[in-house]
Design a binder for this molecule. Structure first.
Ligand code: PLP
Length: 430
């Protein structure tokens, strides 16, 4: 006989939720995923909608490297299916260490590498290892997901507002001020959601300020440096790294990375932190307790793939060219509409898979806030976009993230044509 457990569960959720801690009660899910489900609903109803919402890849557009597919199958066939070490297989940690030496000019050695199931476990672990409730933590707005972590760890978080004029990165002054009295500062470049990269001058200033700040402190401020998109940059754009710029900051930096974005492998769940070995051991314990290690076949396959620099370079060339073609088409299309006098703008793409896109309609009749613009874009233009509000930016100033991971060139052409028609329609006197 099967027990119908549902009959024993209260229909009033508040009774069950009383078990949650106050912090857990306040926790909310991803706003981006909620917006993406709106797009999916409209697509399912048969409407032409270009999905620029999720920071993910549609496998029909972007595949993982063939070598990874083959090596994963081979590792499973070889029976490599038991527990890996909590901080990753030695061959993968060595391959990552070699990758950083080869491509970034940073020789940390394998003991500095802690593998996890994507970039999130090392990010989560950094908060858990270095931040206590009430500690000052700092990030620059807009930035992906930081608000959720600040809530979870109950830090006294300072969201430092940036502007399009500084490419949505801090000024040198803001960067220097950020580390003062802070326990954790977060920098992400290339930046989700803006598709821009930090200038070496600003990063150098921040790294130098970090070294100066920590010289007088018993417990140092740490820099969580999220470079998950570093291999995806526009032509002529160079990725900057704080340790390469100011080697003395190395004891205070946690580099976070993954195969998720650069190899279109978000579903394989493999990432890593690179940090001083004395801290790596604590990260290893934490990741082990959570069970957030990466699957063993993926670890072996990634180790083998990262040790084939030519196959990697070939893949990245085609990946970058496909991403940049899409971003440039979107940027050019938006700028052509701007030249026509329509109230749109964009920031020239520099990296990652995103375009900063502005629809400057707030204040016009029927457009009270970014949410009204989002619904207009979706309903009238079939353009699914994520407002910067999803990245802790509170201003209703019309800025949106457009992600190109799930769209083809035909989707982009269709979306631009619909957008132009919808804007002309909404603003007949323009
Ligand atoms: C800047 C940034 N860091 C980290 C992540 C998380 O990566 P993963 O899927 O490897 O956990 C994302 C995902 O969107 C991201 O945009």
């Amino acid at each position: 006989m099967t027990l119908t457990v549902r009959d024993f569960l209260p229909t009033d959720d508040s009774i069950t939720r009383a078990a949650l801690t106050p912090v857990a009660r306040e926790m909310v899910g991803s706003m981006i995923l909620r917006i993406a489900s709106d797009v999916k609903r409209l697509q399912d109803s048969g409407r032409a909608v270009a999905n620029f919402t999720v920071g993910d890849f549609a496998p029909a557009q972007f595949r993982i490297p063939d070598a990874l597919t083959e090596e994963i199958a081979r590792a499973v066939a070889e029976g490599q299916t038991n527990y890996p070490p909590a901080d990753g297989l030695p061959e993968l940690r060595s391959a990552i260490s070699e990758l950083y030496a080869r491509e970034l000019g940073l020789d940390y050695g394998p003991d500095a590498v802690c593998v996890g199931s994507g970039a999130r476990p090392p990010i989560f672990a950094s908060w858990q290892l270095f931040v206590e409730p009430g500690d000052r933590t700092v990030s620059f707005v807009p930035m992906w997901n930081v608000g959720y972590y600040a809530q979870l760890f109950q830090s006294r978080h300072d969201f430092v507002l940036t502007t399009a004029e500084s490419n949505f990165f801090p000024t040198v002054q803001q960067a220097r001020a950020a580390v003062k009295g802070a326990r954790l500062v977060i920098v992400n470049t290339p930046l989700n959601p803006t598709g821009t990269v930090i200038s070496p001058d600003v990063l150098r200033a921040l790294a130098q300020a970090l070294v100066e700040e920590n010289a007088g402190r018993a417990r140092p401020c740490m820099l969580l440096f999220d470079q998950v998109y570093w291999m995806l940059t526009a032509e002529g754009v160079k990725h900057a790294n704080p340790v390469a710029l100011v080697p003395e900051c190395a004891p205070y930096v946690i580099q976070v990375d993954a195969i998720s974005k650069c190899f279109a492998a978000t579903g394989l769940r493999l990432g890593w932190g690179v940090l001083p070995p004395a801290l790596q051991r604590s990260m290893k314990s934490l990741i082990g307790h959570i069970g957030a290690w990466a699957p063993k076949p993926e670890q072996l396959a990634t180790a083998r793939f990262l040790r084939q620099p030519e196959a990697m370079a070939d893949y990245l060339d085609s990946m970058r060219s496909a991403v940049n073609q899409r971003l440039n088409a979107l940027y050019d299309g938006v700028m052509a509409m701007k030249a026509e006098g329509l109230p749109v703008d964009a920031v020239a793409p520099q990296g990652a898979i995103y375009l900063s896109f502005r629809v400057n309609l707030v204040g016009r009749k029927g457009f009270a806030d970014n949410e009204a613009i989002r619904l207009f874009l979706l309903d009238k233009a079939g353009v699914g976009a994520v407002p910067f509000q999803a990245f802790d930016h509170q201003q209703d100033d019309g800025w949106f993230r457009l992600s190109v991971g799930a769209v083809g060139m035909d989707d982009i052409e269709g979306a631009l044509a619909r957008l132009q028609a919808a804007l002309r329609d909404a603003l007949p006197n323009t």
